[in-house]
Write a protein that binds this ligand. Structure first.
Ligand SMILES: [Fe+2]
Length: 429
């Protein structure tokens, strides 16, 4: 509890510092401290608010990797077209406006978060605007260059502030946090800079109208993506249902997929993957055995040893799973590949492709470890469930480095140990 208080105090201090720097910057450029273009300020404010409230934040391009918000485009153009004070006011107030409404409606939100959101948006936009007005000149080439550099600076300052905030609040390893917070924005930036350039060039040719037109285009991409995503989710839910009903036929496997998925998720998180990738790994793990739907019941449930032919049918399930999953892989066929390789072995003697070591996709190796652990610690027709200790012994002594990725086996037991410690601590309290 005390630790949490300290973290909160540090965060508040951090937020107040940013606010202080912003106010300091304002006071050194007092001539900006005026609203000249009230109408434009208002238009930007409303546009920003609109994009914030539609809440279709993901602007996904082909790889499904890039996430950004149209609010960003609005803030950049506010920085370009308004003076630094006006622009920072637009960005900062619209950034916290919706949250304020929610608080009036009874939601709880710590004051430090407001100060942080307000100040970091204000200062980022302020500096961006200051920079643009300092760099821009007569030629349109020079101005385009100024916009690009300002966009880069906006990205940079904004992400540094967010990174420090996450670091202060989570107190994770600094490198881990940097990777988590910054890996997304770096790819977004690579994509957003040309988008901003195109909009700005358009603006130079056709004037202010270029901005609403471009924003409308962005909005339509967002709406398209939103529905694409909904469609994808619906299909995914269908498949999960199918996987569950497949398991329901057999009391020994009931709940297996879900438990494997939970374990895989924990491992993926621990490896520092982005929330989105963690989700994808969770889904792939949930559906890893979906290909078993093509195996006849008499083979699937056969208590005695399978014939060679029957075995080859069983061994086909990862490939069948891949085929089924390709249906929902609207982005880039990644999950289906992961499912295809969940029975590869670290030493290269697995199936279907006999991949070896790191040739096997990391998510497939994660699923394999989770799958084995879950199978060992559940009842089977031919044996009782093993204890965690027994499973650990078998996995470390007999499977690590042959069947399974040794690092991931270690990782799994680290996670389980940590969880156990956490439980003990709870009991002590
Ligand atoms: Fe399997």
């Amino acid at each position: 509890m005390k630790r949490k208080d300290k973290t909160e105090r540090n965060f508040l201090l951090y937020s107040l510092t940013i606010l202080g720097v912003y106010l300091g910057l304002l006071s050194t450029n007092i001539h900006y401290f005026k609203v000249h273009q009230l109408r434009l300020v208002f238009i930007f404010f409303l546009t920003n608010l609109f994009f914030d409230s539609v809440n279709i934040k993901t602007l996904e391009f082909t790889k499904g990797k890039v996430e950004t918000s149209a609010v960003f485009i609005v803030n950049i153009f506010a920085a370009v077209l308004l003076n630094p004070f006006e622009a920072s006011l637009v960005a900062a107030t619209s950034g916290i406006f919706l949250k304020l409404i929610k608080v009036f409606l009874g939601e709880k939100y710590p004051i430090s978060r407001y100060i942080f959101n307000f100040s970091q948006l204000a200062i980022t936009t302020y500096i961006t605007s200051l920079l643009f007005h300092g760099l821009s000149g007569q030629s349109s080439l020079q101005n385009t260059f100024a916009v690009l550099l300002s966009t880069f600076v906006y990205f940079f300052i904004n992400n540094v502030f967010v990174f420090l905030a996450v670091y202060i609040l989570s107190r994770d390893d600094i490198r881990e946090t940097a990777f988590k917070v910054l890996s997304g924005p770096v790819t977004s930036m690579a994509l957003m800079i040309p988008v901003i350039a195109v909009i700005y060039i358009l603006y130079q040719y056709i004037g202010f109208i270029a901005i609403p037109v471009s924003l409308a285009a962005v909005l339509s991409i967002q709406i398209g993506n939103y529905y694409r995503y909904r469609y994808y989710e619906a299909k995914l839910e269908h498949l999960k249902l199918l996987a569950k009903s497949l398991e329901e036929k057999d009391e020994y496997t009931r709940g297996h997929s879900e438990r494997v998925a939970e374990l895989a998720k924990k491992m993926a998180r621990k490896l520092g993957f982005s929330p989105k990738k963690v989700d994808r790994i969770y889904n792939a793990a949930f559906l890893h055995d979906i290909g078993k739907i093509g195996i006849p019941d008499h083979i699937l449930k056969k208590p005695t040893i399978l014939s060679k032919e029957e075995m080859s049918i069983v061994k086909n399930h990862p490939v069948m799973g891949e085929d089924i999953l390709r249906e929902v892989d609207i982005f880039n066929n990644r999950e289906s590949k992961w499912v295809r390789h969940h029975h590869e072995r670290w030493d290269g003697t697995g199936y279907p492709d006999g991949l070896k070591g790191r040739e096997i996709p990391l998510p497939s190796r994660i699923i394999a470890v989770a799958d084995v652990y879950e199978a060992l610690t559940s009842d089977r027709p031919y044996r009782k469930a093993l204890t965690e200790e027994q499973a650990r012994e078998i996995m470390i002594k007999q499977m690590s480095g042959t069947v399974l990725d040794p690092d991931l086996v270690k990782l799994l037991f680290e996670i389980l140990d940590e969880e156990e410690k956490g439980e003990e601590k709870k009991d002590d309290d």
